[in-house]
Design a protein around this ligand. Sequence first.
Ligand SMILES: [Zn+2]
Length: 235
Amino acid sequence: MQIRYETRADGVRGALTSGLAAMGQAEFVLPMTPGMADEAAVRVLRYIADYVAASGQHILPGETMRYGWSTLRFSPATADGGLLLIEELADPFAATADSFIPGTAHAVAILQEQDNAVARHGIPRVAHHPHRSELAVICRRLAPSQPHKVMVFDRLKAKASDDSGWFVGCGNPAHDHNDLHELARIHLIYLAELDPKVVYYLAMPEDTRVVFDRGKVIVFAPGQQDGRLDEGMGL
Ligand SMILES: [Zn+2]
């Protein structure tokens, strides 16, 4: 696959693929909306091309694909004869997921912030970037829509493909989290609705603990007994 850049009829620069037609796949155009660097566009297009090559499946107009936290959609690009226009969720932090906008700038920015959070705490590896639809186990005392002051996130080994591995406790050592009646499973997007900031910590690997305590964030790297106050959120 090759990538070239062209200014499209609407005046927006686009990154266009070539070479996928040989696999029977329509070519893609990715609008270079504000905040999109060329190397980020290359990563997105390679990810899509790798999926097509590895799966043997063709991506058709109207189909969607997970990309990190967010979801991409492929729409017929009428101004670009036969190309598929790459779009992303307009609001990746809202539970409703029916509105898309051109480009991938928001999806890419979330991945970058997640990687930055890992690097900032000297944690040697980034883990799976969970999609917003993946599940977490949560203490029932943190029922969504109720105010909460403390949330303790622990990343455990994921047991299924739709399981993010995140366990979210209330931080009360007297509360028995081994009692299954005290726990619930929820999609990560509902945690994002409680506090969008949590999304930026979700790529931390197994054995990481992240404590959200009255507006402060304290990160316990794997194997560390002492937490470090996070002061580096770039957004
Ligand atoms: Zn609890």
